[in-house]
Design a protein around this ligand. Structure first.
Ligand SMILES: [Zn+2]
Length: 215
């Protein structure tokens, strides 16, 4: 299975007429936040495959599209923020947003608020665990605390995500939010049974769902 993961930035290579040729063999798109709906809708309509997304801290709840439509969701895409879904036989869970740094900010959460979001997902995750169905992909905007995160509050990762990884052991955790400037490669970190990848601004992932291995 081949994944295309996106986050934080509209990539000209993807937002172009060449997308079909360049990404013809992608099976599933995962978008990790801070991306306009027009971009997600473009990708899903051009590639004609499922796209699952979570929100980033810069995503407005309502976005005006070029045709004047006021969009509250990316049409034709799966909003998995706060949800657990099975898409193309993969179990996928999503928790968007960043650490709260403004009292009125949308898609911003304290660590305890994020824990409450995790608790709401827990019944669906436990049901899958009981059936021995692995959680394949955990899609977030922010990283976990201490892994790929930064010291400033908006870019501090969630401690609650570490507990999430301990308990639900997703094979892959994909996040964005941490923009890379000088780093030659996107950071990849193995944390217990989970491979954590910062996908900013995009990454193609060859993913063996049986072994959980990727390249
Ligand atoms: Zn962000």
């Amino acid at each position: 299975m081949k994944l295309l993961a996106l986050s934080d930035e509209v990539v000209p290579l993807i937002y172009s007429g060449q997308i079909k040729q360049r990404f013809a063999d992608i099976d599933l798109v995962i978008a990790c936040g801070d991306l306009p709906y027009y971009y997600l809708e473009f990708v899903v309509s051009m590639l004609d495959i499922p796209l699952a997304y979570v929100h980033g801290n810069h995503d407005a709840r309502k976005q005006r599209m070029s045709n004047g439509r006021i969009a509250t969701e990316a049409e034709g895409c799966h909003n998995i923020d706060g949800k657990v879904m099975t898409i193309k036989s993969l179990n996928v869970a999503g928790l968007g947003g960043s650490m709260r740094y403004r009292p009125d900010g949308t898609h911003q959460y304290s660590d305890s608020a994020m824990t409450r979001r995790i608790l709401r997902q827990t019944p669906a995750l436990l049901a899958r665990q009981i059936q021995r169905r692995p959680l394949h992909i955990f899609a977030t905007h922010s990283p976990p605390f201490g892994i790929h995160d930064r010291k400033d509050l908006p870019h501090t990762g969630f401690k609650s995500f570490l507990r999430y990884l301990d308990i639900f052991q997703p094979q892959l955790m994909l996040h964005g939010h941490i923009h890379l400037y000088r780093e030659p490669k996107q950071p990849v970190t193995q944390y217990k049974n989970t491979t954590i990848i910062n996908v900013y601004p995009y990454r193609v992932i060859n993913y063996d769902t049986n072994s959980g291995q990727f390249s």
